[in-house]
Design a protein around this ligand. Structure first.
Ligand SMILES: Cc1cc2nc3c(=O)[nH]c(=O)nc-3n(C[C@H](O)[C@H](O)[C@H](O)COP(=O)(O)OP(=O)(O)OC[C@H]3O[C@@H](n4cnc5c(N)ncnc54)[C@H](O)[C@@H]3O)c2cc1C
Length: 100
């Protein structure tokens, strides 16, 4: 995250007294709360009415291995190559199509 954006993001979180749990992994979210694995062990966190998922992403590209050697040409583009934004996937699709 660019440092200027990080500064204002962290300031907003502090202004709203947002509690940040570090080294904490969400295992399960249910109506009882979020079961988390913390450095101190498993802990059920509750008292919220909304979950915003903002985790990273990784590419899912199992098809490439299956198709390798079975088709005359194979191009991996878009999120299958690396998860990014739609515009990059579209640019790669156009460039690949034009190069055919
Ligand atoms: C929650 C979320 C929000 C996002 N918001 C934005 C945003 O606001 N702006 C932005 O620019 N980008 C955003 N993105 C990123 C954007 O969606 C992707 O970068 C873009 O969709 C990548 O396009 P793609 O064609 O590579 O992959 P996809 O759009 O994922 O298309 C791949 C397609 O292949 C199909 N497929 C997969 N395996 C097979 C198979 N074996 N056989 C046949 N079909 C298969 C899938 O069903 C899917 O339809 C967001 C992504 C997520 C997850």
């Amino acid at each position: 995250m660019p440092s200027a954006i990080k500064y204002f993001a962290m300031k907003s979180l502090a202004d709203y007294n947002v509690k940040i749990l570090k080294n904490t992994k969400v295992i399960e979210v249910s109506k009882d709360g979020a079961l988390c694995e913390t450095p101190e062990g498993k802990k059920l966190i509750h008292g919220f009415d909304m979950v915003v998922q903002a985790i990273g992403s990784k590419s899912h590209n199992s098809l490439e291995e299956k198709l390798k050697g079975k088709v005359p040409a194979l191009f991996v583009i878009g999120d299958a190559a690396e998860p990014r934004r739609a515009v990059e996937a579209i640019e790669e699709a156009v460039a690949t199509a034009l190069a055919l």
